[in-house]
Design a protein around this ligand. Structure first.
Ligand code: BGC
Ligand code: CA
Length: 342
């Protein structure tokens, strides 16, 4: 009899979920726009690392299709997860997600692709966005380029006093594409540098696409390019791949290229002298803030700056600062990105 009671007791203990508040297991559903994006996969790694021993996070790949993503979000709704973390394929889809989440009482944290504020307001206190102020990264790219341009008169290859540039963009309408592009140019203009666009390529954040595009641009306009601006490191590295094939970065043939993210490969390129500079898009702190917010919400709490360890602005935003990364400081960031497998 005692043995039987003991067995029942043990099996009861074993039935208690590992991550619990009260009796409910905390399951958080996380849908990202596409696994196959090095920056996003880095953030994903930080989210699952931060979640350890707290909650189980189920990840879903949106495969860059809003329809696929909507299906996986519906699955999360059906499973009645305690909270959602969404990196939307299309930021304009946030409104309908939030409406449904509100109906089902499932709080949501968006990241990386910023929903319109009218959408975030549909469900105050239960809808958040974690990201970085896109405008700042553009201004920081401008500073890296301006410092180089103003201290290297030979960079004006054709000597016309204008900076001939090629720009690689993410998809149109994405806040990072639009604001990084706009403010990088604005930052240059404000410093009195007149810019002249040689070519622009929408390369969807992708290295191979940027490499192909740069190869064609080099064929048609090669000698007139004086700087390459890329909305992210992957596209900057793709442009560098093409430049290398065309004899750049050997025998003093140089092209200033700037990116955003500070991925491990970008830091390596700074070390090798191919990438002039980049801007840290801090997936480490973004990932932590995302999970901490979702965790508080999943427990039924209204998050505070204190409870999540990051400042919440206007009741719905967590902004993680960008930082300039170049030859002078890239070593500080090496370990950070390596541990999250970027
Ligand atoms: C990152 C890119 C990434 C994109 C995805 C940007 O913030 O800089 O590397 O591909 O987000 O939306
Ligand atoms: Ca020029």
């Amino acid at each position: 009899m005692r043995k039987k009671i003991l067995l029942i007791f043990i099996s009861l203990i074993m039935m208690v979920p590992i991550f619990s508040t009260g009796s409910k297991e905390l399951v958080i559903g996380c849908s990202v726009y596409k696994y196959e994006d090095p920056f996003i996969s880095g953030t994903r790694a930080v989210i699952s690392e931060t979640a350890k021993n707290k909650a189980s996070v189920i990840f879903a790949d949106g495969l860059n299709s809003q329809t696929v993503q909507n299906n996986s979000i519906d699955n999360f709704f059906n499973q009645k997860v305690s909270a959602l973390i969404i990196n939307p394929v299309d930021r304009a889809s946030a409104g309908s997600i939030i409406r449904k989440a509100k109906e089902l009482n499932i709080p949501t944290v968006f990241f990386n692709r910023e929903p319109f504020v009218e959408d975030l307001k549909i469900w105050n206190d239960k809808t958040y966005y974690v990201g970085s102020i896109a405008k700042d990264s553009g201004l920081m790219q401008a500073k890296i380029i301006a410092d180089y341009w103003l201290s290297h008169p030979e960079a004006d290859i054709n000597g016309d006093g204008l900076l001939q540039y090629v720009i690689f963009r993410g998809e149109a309408g994405n806040q990072d594409t639009e604001l990084r592009s706009e403010y990088c140019l604005q930052g240059l203009t404000k410093r009195g540098i007149k810019c002249d666009k040689v070519a622009s390529s929408t390369s969807y954040w992708n290295r191979a696409k940027a490499q192909n595009a740069m190869t064609s641009i080099l064929i048609s306009k090669g000698s007139s390019i004086e700087v390459v601006i890329a909305n992210n490191d992957e596209m900057a590295l793709g442009a560098i791949d093409a430049l290398k094939v065309n004899g750049y970065f050997t025998n003093d043939k140089f092209m200033p290229v700037v990116g955003v993210d500070a991925t491990a490969s970008a830091l390596q390129a700074i070390e090798n002298g191919t990438l002039l500079g980049t801007v840290l898009n801090d997936s480490h702190n973004q990932g932590r803030a995302i999970f901490n917010l979702a965790y508080e919400l999943a427990k039924g709490n209204i998050p505070t700056s204190k409870s999540i360890g990051y400042t919440i602005s206007e009741g719905r935003y967590v902004w993680i600062p960008y930082k300039i990364v170049d030859k002078s400081n890239f070593r500080e960031y090496i370990d950070k990105t390596e541990t999250i497998g970027l």
